[in-house]
Write a new protein. Structure first.
Length: 265
């Protein structure tokens, strides 16, 4: 069964509240400029390993889906694999997005002591929601993909800012953490690790259960409060992601139309 990390302590959920997957990331601090400069190059071994793990997960997920339809929950061995894969991917993305300066470990098990931690709350799953999971996840998956694409569209500027300042400005940290957390929640829903539909891309302000999981430790993202500038950045990520998608659609449409016209027609 997926377990929460004891690194930040266990905080009880409010009775009746929706147990959304949570992401713990410390507040932005000083980063070594050399590791910032070489970040993506340093993470290449992880990217290669993640590609291999992704292939294995694609094979595991249909088995987990069938088993969950029968049992109403993911069997423990399969859940451990899927949770381990999600943790590995999230830690890699956090390092690539400059949310932490710590090099991620090469392990699927919960990396206790590493600053980036996932909190997954296992529960029984609705079989009907499991049956239509691929359809239900589409809206949130599209939203998450647009936000992530927009983040990467300006990633060079983000990298330059962190390289010059030696740290990530708070609004950029809030927006980047929000994108990563939402991506993690989409993946957790798709991987049958939660019954909670992905939500709160723009942070936890205004939600009645925004204090769920709050700790007085090093986590700056539980709950995740996104300021005005951070929300503007999130909006910009979505717009840039949408523009990129539209640009690709326009670019490839003439080519497909031209290919469909018979020669001499």
């Amino acid at each position: 069964m997926a377990a929460s990390s004891p690194h930040y302590g266990a905080v009880p959920l409010i009775p009746g509240a929706e147990p959304l997957p949570e992401l713990d990331i410390p507040a932005p601090g000083r980063q070594h400029r050399l590791t910032v400069l070489l970040r993506l190059l340093m993470l290449l071994p992880h990217a290669f390993l993640l590609a291999l793990l992704s292939v294995a997960t694609v094979l595991v997920l249909p088995v987990a889906w069938c088993a969950t339809l029968l049992l109403g929950r993911v069997p423990d061995p399969l859940e451990r694999w899927l949770a381990g894969y999600l943790g590995y991917e999230t830690r890699l993305n956090a390092a690539a997005m400059l949310l932490t300066d710590r090099y991620p470990p090469f392990e699927l098990s919960p990396a206790y002591g590493y600053p980036v931690q996932l909190r997954l709350h296992s529960s029984a799953l609705n079989r009907l929601a499991v049956l239509f999971r691929l359809v239900l996840v589409v809206p949130s998956a599209v939203l998450g993909a647009l936000a992530m694409a927009g983040w990467w569209a300006v990633s060079f500027l983000s990298w330059l800012v962190v390289l010059v300042l030696g740290r990530m400005p708070l609004p950029l940290f809030e927006a980047s953490a929000a994108v990563l957390r939402y991506r993690m929640r989409v993946a957790a829903y798709l991987l049958l690790l939660t019954s909670s539909y992905p939500k709160r891309l723009f942070g936890d302000q205004g939600s009645v259960d925004s204090v769920i999981g709050t700790v007085s430790g090093p986590s700056a993202t539980r709950p995740l409060f996104v300021g005005g500038t951070g929300k503007v950045l999130l909006g910009a990520f979505l717009v840039l992601g949408l523009l990129g998608w539209a640009g690709n659609a326009v670019r490839y449409e003439p080519a497909s139309v031209e290919a469909s016209v018979p020669a001499g027609g």
